[in-house]
Design a protein around this ligand. Structure first.
Ligand SMILES: [Zn+2]
Length: 364
């Protein structure tokens, strides 16, 4: 059974409805204005996890639907909606980089967009192009140039939806031809509703909301990640040991943990970042209710005993440096060893002056 259909019968009663995008009324109005009548290309701008693809799919469904509602979009019942729910739709063209590539070839823009523009839609009133320029290299300058003419001159039945994380990286000529809609972060309540609709409630839903930090895409990923809880528990266990840990522990067991979970290191770093942030909140006598890991507050309180020696803010900087090093393909073992020894230096007693000195020198 295709995924969309599966979801529509179990978790999401209206899998194409704009109701479930967890956004303010004002945003919905802005969105509605973008597809009712106008054929100006729509550019959805939002950071990773903000729900660009989720919203684009529902927006496309509304443009394709035979009987759309100005507020909720696609009806979910007509021939077009049913076709879309079954998987593919002949009047929907989606341009994304191929699985093993980071960018869309210019040839694809020419073949799949420019060359098909005059073709009449097969089952809908419109033909919709959804084109991703998510990252800076997803749609190169050449690719964007190839899109300019289609965006400006196209038959009345053609609609464009473009996506990007950073509008500043697109050509000004693309921006000036588009209706720009910015997708902001959502409040926890809206994300909780979205999770509930997707079938996630209780403890896992609560944890996902706190880790999501306003990003519904991140919330859904965490809630659907069966290993997240276990990974967090293991990360917390190491985090709690670090202040007392020996150098040898960091370079053996600690390092091994990262090696064993190399594919998930980005998630582990996010967990560590949230632990440090929570610790900082508690050290500054902040409200325990705002902690991301509020179920662990007693563990944090035990660590708080050494408040005068700790520097969680500096440790947070170390995490950011680690992320940076990983994205630049720096040696994995070396990067993780540096992280572990650094966290130990910032969270533990300042006896190993050599480590502390070296790390501080690297950070400043
Ligand atoms: Zn419909």
């Amino acid at each position: 059974m295709p995924e969309a259909e599966h979801l529509s019968t179990t978790h999401r009663p209206h899998a194409l409805s704009l109701h479930s995008i967890a956004c303010s009324q004002l945003f919905r109005k802005e969105l509605s204005a973008s597809w009712t009548g106008s054929h100006t290309p729509v550019l959805l701008v939002g950071e990773e996890g903000s729900g660009k693809h989720y919203i684009a799919r529902r927006l496309a469904a509304a443009m394709l639907c035979d009987a759309p509602d100005p507020e909720t979009g696609a009806c979910g019942q007509c021939a077009s909606c049913r076709t879309l729910l079954q998987g593919s739709h002949p009047d929907l063209i989606e341009l994304e980089p191929l699985e093993d590539k980071t960018s869309i070839p210019v040839a694809s823009v020419r073949e799949e967009v420019s060359a098909t523009l005059p073709v009449y839609p097969q089952i809908s009133r419109h033909r919709v192009y959804v084109i991703s320029a998510a990252k800076s290299d997803t749609l190169t300058e050449q690719g964007q140039n190839a899109l300019l003419k289609p965006l400006e001159e196209h038959p009345d039945f053609v609609r464009f939806i473009l996506l990007t994380e950073d509008a500043g990286r697109l050509l000004p000529t693309i921006l000036s031809r588009s209706r720009v809609i910015r997708i902001g972060r959502r409040d926890d309540e809206a994300i909780l509703d979205l999770l509930k609709e997707a079938g996630y409630e209780g403890e896992i839903g609560d944890l996902a909301v706190r880790y999501a930090d306003g990003l519904p895409g991140r919330a859904l990923t965490i809630a659907g990640d069966e290993d997240f809880r276990a990974l967090r528990d293991q990360t917390v266990a190491i985090f709690r040991q670090l202040p007392e840990a020996t150098r040898a522990y960091c370079l053996t067991e600690g390092l091994q943990f990262f090696r064993d979970h190399k594919a998930r290191v980005a998630v582990i770093l996010r967990i560590l970042e949230s632990l440090l942030r929570d610790l900082l909140v508690l050290l500054q006598n902040g409200d325990g209710a705002v902690l991301v890991n509020r179920d662990l507050s007693s563990a944090f309180l035990a660590m708080r005993g050494r408040a005068n020696e700790m520097d969680p803010a500096m440790a947070g900087e170390l995490i950011r440096q680690t992320n940076h090093a990983l994205s630049n393909n720096t040696n994995f073992d070396h990067t993780m060893a540096r992280l572990l020894l650094g966290l130990r230096a910032f969270l533990g007693p300042k006896t190993d002056a050599r480590d502390t000195f070296r790390l501080k020198a690297a950070i400043v």
